[in-house]
Design a protein. Structure first.
Length: 258
């Protein structure tokens, strides 16, 4: 069942934090609650529970699949569309289609020059479409993430970095282009984190029993709870939201994203 005409305040009741009047969601956003988007621009994205965009500034995300507990710094650009560098021109008039840039086609001047919908596959159809930001990944302020790249689980992207290739799980990268400077943890510990996949479980009942400032001890605690069967799966309510004629339209999804 679709609920229509929702305000940002209404949407907050479903676990999504949006700024009133300034949040720009294009096409669709699929999200697990809670998620914190504020006034950032998201186009055809999905975000897992507890992921947040910094409340300050403006970031843009295009066709990104973002895991749980991810952290996105302000003024970052994630997965923007790419233009051909080896064509006659890199301008969209050579390669776009009405479904990708409908507003540009509203001007007869552009529509007269640009390809038509029936002209076959476009350049965009031949390129990577989706960008992946892993669970508990941290993208620092002012970073650029190339379309099609995968930022691994637990990875850290330093502020103002330009990421042009995949980042391994739990790696720390900095620079332009970004390069690995070190791993967050030793390899045996990383392997245990990836085996546990703690982001799949409900940690709330254990918040006063695990010391999160001591990663190895906390990891051991949750490994023990999982082994004894007392670590419950996290199953957040999950929704799809999109711009409507007035406000937002929202649907409840049948299962979590992860």
């Amino acid at each position: 069942m679709t609920v229509t005409g929702l305000t940002a305040h209404d949407v907050m009741q479903h676990g999504l934090m949006l700024d009133s009047g300034s949040s720009r969601i294009a096409i669709e956003l699929r999200f697990e609650r809670p998620a914190f988007v504020y006034g950032h621009r998201l186009k055809a994205c999905s975000i897992g529970a507890f992921t947040y965009f910094n409340a300050a500034g403006t970031s843009s995300a295009y066709r990104c699949n973002i895991g749980r507990y991810a952290q996105i710094g302000e003024s970052s650009i994630l997965g923007p569309p790419e233009h051909p560098m080896d064509w006659f021109s890199s301008h969209p008039f050579t390669f776009t289609r009405p479904k990708y840039m409908p507003n540009m086609y509203r001007f007869e001047d552009f529509a007269r020059l640009a390809p038509e919908a029936q002209d076959g596959p476009s350049y965009a159809d031949s390129m990577p479409i989706e960008t992946t930001i892993g669970h508990e990944a941290y993208v620092g302020v002012g970073s650029f993430i190339k379309r099609g790249v995968r930022i691994g689980h637990g990875a850290v992207v330093g502020a103002r970095s330009a990421v042009t290739r995949d980042v391994p799980d739990y790696a720390i990268v900095v620079g332009s282009p970004a390069r690995i400077v070190r791993m967050r943890f030793a390899e045996p510990l990383v392997e245990r984190f990836l085996k546990l996949q703690w982001w799949l479980y409900d940690l709330a009942p254990h918040k006063n029993k695990a010391d999160f400032s001591k990663p190895e001890a906390a990891l051991a605690y949750f490994e023990e709870r999982l082994a004894e069967g007392s670590l419950a799966r996290l199953s957040p309510a999950t929704y799809s939201i999109r711009p409507g004629a007035t406000g937002y339209d929202l649907d409840t999804l049948p299962a979590p994203l992860f």
